[in-house]
Design a protein around this ligand. Structure first.
Ligand SMILES: Nc1nc2c(c(=O)[nH]1)N[C@H]1C(S)=C(S)[C@@H](COP(=O)(O)O)O[C@H]1N2
Ligand SMILES: [Mo]
Length: 530
């Protein structure tokens, strides 16, 4: 590499390392101020909230629940490229780098301060980041071979002049730069690590470990739910009746899982009510009307046959009771709930009052709510899509009206009223799998928002619809497993499923994408029988 080219590479490295020092310093400060004030997370969170609906949807379908990781990696790449450029331009004019890093800091501060519930203090880590980055950049630039500080010539000497430096001196300066850059990068990593330790989540995770799952008032009214009961065969690959927490789908806008200590947690129920309530975690967990129910939760963004639905045994306090205690004013047709991170959700008051088992959930499948699923308290209303019913990290509940307020996804064009549409899915065989000719099994799950499933029908290629066998139903609020034995003949086959609800309505075969009120269509899989 020519001296000029290697000078440019070093200048770019100086920029990138300076940005790393900035981010490390920002994380360290955020560890002290509060994790939500992290410059990167704040900018990422602002990007999530500002991104058009289509982008968010695309991210979910392309990356699944890794959408957040992808966003953060993308953000870091953009910062790295910008910082490398700043390093290059700063060789001749330090002011460019200083101004650029200050501008990045300003963007971070603006994003952090404008997060819901943030104070001016949230901007401090971004200011610290910019200051640390500028200091690192100036230091590294002064170590560039040919820079004024290194060879005692005026600072205007550029890397292009480095060719004039005798080889030994050049090597010495190269080492000096590499050492300084390495040290700065090390400082950045240590600062970032220390920041995440200080602001870490261990306290809340530990608090969660120490909690007991409250017992339902009446001993579990639900039948045992052993898969394969009542003559229903065990089918490998079929979704279990209850989805293990670890594999339960996760959808939310939170870049960092909110950490709420149940000890300090409280929920305010206010707005158009007769008396405001302020409830602590123990107020809820210690009640004598705790219920337990098996409920399927579904995301409106689910594609036909998609994975964004799951079933769990929830334990919680009946929502209707709490609303009655607060006294809902006539006309308050909307329950507007808010998460600690500012996400909002609007649920019809009628559904909160009248849907059996609508609850503030404290436990999921025999454990306190996992942090990712809303610890310590979330809302669950059977029959409604998650974005209008299932607020995680719940901290506020306001009785208001649909005329006055729109919640997060409704502001972005999704329907305000969103009951779960009937869906059915083939889990087995998986698409593209080769099935051995002979007796095989087709199996899956089906769910309606509230009516319950009365039949599931399967069609092979263009054949007649055959009735699948249904596993016993334990609740219309829970999905239903089904299966159909199949004499598989060699060749390529397309299997299609559709469900019928207890009102006799057959699931629609019209194909629609999820936006703005859920996908529609029959799920098909193509399999090779060999
Ligand atoms: N605080 C908060 N709660 C939220 C959301 C969110 O973005 N933030 N997403 C909702 C959506 S769209 C769905 S589908 C469900 C998903 O719940 P899960 O992640 O526990 O499966 O949570 C709902 N509750
Ligand atoms: Mo969702």
């Amino acid at each position: 590499m020519s001296p000029a080219a290697s000078g440019r590479v070093r200048a770019a490295i100086a920029g990138v390392v300076a940005a790393a020092v900035a981010l490390g310093g920002g994380e360290l400060a955020a560890g002290l101020v509060g994790p939500e004030s992290s410059p990167v997370l704040s900018v990422g969170a602002a990007a999530v909230d500002l991104s058009p609906r289509a982008t968010t949807e695309f991210a979910i379908s392309a990356f699944g629940s890794n959408d957040k990781l992808a966003l953060l990696i993308g953000l870091l790449l953009v910062i790295a490229v910008a910082a490398g450029g700043l390093g290059l331009f700063s060789v001749r004019r330090r002011g460019v780098g200083v101004a650029g890093l200050a501008a990045l800091g300003a963007v971070g501060a603006a994003a952090a301060v404008s997060r819901p519930g943030a104070s001016l203090l949230a901007g401090v880590p971004s200011v610290v980041a910019a200051a640390a980055g500028i200091a690192a950049l100036l230091l590294l630039l002064s170590r560039l071979p040919g820079s004024g500080a290194a060879v005692g010539t005026p600072a205007a000497v550029t890397p292009a002049d480095a060719a004039d430096i005798p080889a030994a001196a050049g090597e010495f300066e190269r080492r000096r730069f590499v050492l300084a850059a390495g040290a700065a990068a090390g400082v950045a990593a240590i600062a970032a690590g220390a920041g995440s330790l200080i602001g870490g989540s261990r306290d809340v995770a530990q608090a969660r470990e120490g909690l007991l799952v409250p017992a339902a008032a009446t001993p579990s009214p639900l039948p045992g739910l052993a898969d394969g009961a009542a003559g229903f065969p065990e089918v490998e690959g079929l979704s279990p009746l209850l989805t293990p927490n670890a594999s339960f789908y996760r959808i939310d806008t939170a870049l960092r899982v909110p950490q709420i200590d149940p000890v300090g947690w409280s929920l305010r129920i206010h707005g158009r009510v007769d008396r405001e309530l302020l409830l602590t975690f123990n107020d809820l967990a210690g009640r004598d009307d705790v219920i337990e129910a098996d409920i399927t939760l579904a995301c409106v963004s689910n594609e036909v046959g998609g994975p964004l639905a799951g079933s769990a045994r929830w334990v919680g306090v009946p929502l209707a009771r709490l609303l009655q205690e607060a006294g809902v004013e006539p006309g308050a047709d909307q329950v507007l709930t808010r998460s600690v991170d500012g996400w909002t959700c609007a649920t019809p008051t009628m559904d909160c009052l009248n849907t059996p088992n609508a609850m503030l959930a404290l436990a999921m499948n025999g454990e306190p709510l996992p942090l990712e699923h809303g610890f310590p308290v979330r809302m669950i209303v059977p029959g409604l899509y998650g974005y209008v019913s299932a607020t995680k990290w719940l901290v506020d509940m306001e009785l208001t009206t649909f005329g006055v307020s729109d919640a997060y996804w409704v502001q972005r064009g999704w329907d305000a009223i969103a009951p779960i549409q009937t869906f059915s899915r083939i889990d087995v065989p998986q698409p593209g799998r080769t099935v051995s000719a002979g007796t095989a099994t087709i199996a899956g799950v089906a769910h309606t928002g509230s009516e319950g499933i009365s039949a599931v029908e399967v069609r092979i290629d263009d054949g007649a619809w055959a009735q699948a066998r249904l596993a016993p139903s334990t609740s219309t609020q829970l999905w239903r497993q089904w299966y159909l034995p199949w004499e598989a003949e060699q060749g390529i086959h397309v299997l299609t499923v559709r469900a019928v609800d207890t009102k006799g309505r057959t699931q629609s075969g019209d194909r629609y994408p999820p936006y703005p009120n859920a996908s529609s269509g029959w799920h098909s899989v193509r399999v090779v029988v060999g």
